[in-house]
Design a protein around this ligand. Structure first.
Ligand code: CO8
Length: 259
């Protein structure tokens, strides 16, 4: 693949995979080709039973500075539809394994939307988040007005979307956009350690928990509570639930098989 790098096993651990956006000259601008490669890589990792957690990152300067402006400047709406750009983005939501966004530098426009499409964000202290589309005559188109608003509330999201101003890592953490901020140089170590914590859990329960949390954004509270409860019941059909609870009672570490 030309625009991304995949490392699996990551740090000799086959339960963790690293996907790195790799167009440093244009701050990892998300061309249609890059997005297709990204989705393709995610599906390969989704289908690999060894992989339990995926880390998505960029480089020190940028996670991604948005969709590729040079590629879309002359587009009309039909070009956009024919490039299937939106379809590629939608496919990201089909990944059932946890994806951690490890963000250093700029996460702007589609880059911020991509980070928000992941399950949670760990940021280096140099990270900057923003939806600057308004400054180039357009609006967010892959969740910036929706996911950002759900994450940080209407007033702050509207402020960012209408002014195009960026939010630094600490403010992003304070406002709930980011789960954790660490020193820039410690980002990948922290992302790996968090990935290990998640990889250590029962994989089926992790998938079901991810699905249930995501329903908080998509359903009424009552329906989402019903959905959550059914997923809770469902875990009781797994061997890993029996193992997890027995291990607790036996005062030993559980050994999960993923079934
Ligand atoms: N697209 C293409 N090229 C880019 C992009 C981008 N988004 N961002 C940066 N670059 C390029 C620059 O053109 C420059 O190239 P060159 O060296 O050839 O001139 C190189 O990267 C380095 O950038 P700068 O020289 O500008 O670096 P600075 O440190 O001065 O500035 C910034 C960094 C502030 C990040 C600046 O580059 C910037 O403002 N970038 C654009 C940010 C932006 O507007 N992003 C939103 C894009 S639109 C979008 O994301 C909509 C997504 C919708 C998806 C919908 C799917 C259905």
């Amino acid at each position: 693949m030309e625009n991304i790098l995949v490392e699996h096993p990551y740090r000799d651990n086959s339960q963790v995979a690293l996907v790195k956006l790799n167009r440093p000259k244009v701050l990892n601008a998300l061309s249609t080709q890059l997005m297709s490669e990204l989705v393709e890589a995610f599906f390969v990792l989704e289908d690999n039973p060894e992989v339990r957690v995926i880390i998505l990152t960029g480089d020190d300067r940028a996670f991604a500075a948005g969709a590729d402006i040079a590629q879309m400047v002359e587009d009309n709406p039909i070009d956009q539809i024919n490039q299937k750009r939106f379809r590629t983005w939608q496919q990201l939501s089909l990944i059932t394994k946890p994806i951690i966004a490890a963000v250093n530098g700029f996460a702007l426009g589609g880059g911020c939307e991509l980070a928000m499409s992941c399950d949670f964000i760990i940021a280096g202290d140099n990270a900057k988040f923003g939806q600057p589309e308004i400054s180039i005559g357009t609006t967010p188109g892959a969740g910036g007005t929706q996911r950002l608003t759900r994450a940080i509330g209407k007033s702050k999201a509207m402020y960012m979307v209408l002014t195009g101003e960026m939010m630094d890592a600490f403010e992003a953490e304070k406002n709930g956009l980011v789960a954790k901020v660490v020193p820039e140089k410690a980002l990948m170590q922290e992302a790996y350690e968090v990935a290990l914590k998640v990889a250590d859990k029962a994989p089926v329960a992790v998938k079901l928990a991810k699905e249930s949390v995501n329903k908080a954004f998509e359903m009424s509270l009552r329906d989402a509570m019903d959905f959550e409860r059914r997923n809770f019941y469902l875990t009781f059909s797994s061997k890993d639930q029996k193992e997890g609870m027995r291990a607790f009672l036996d005062k030993r570490k559980p050994h999960y098989q993923g079934n």
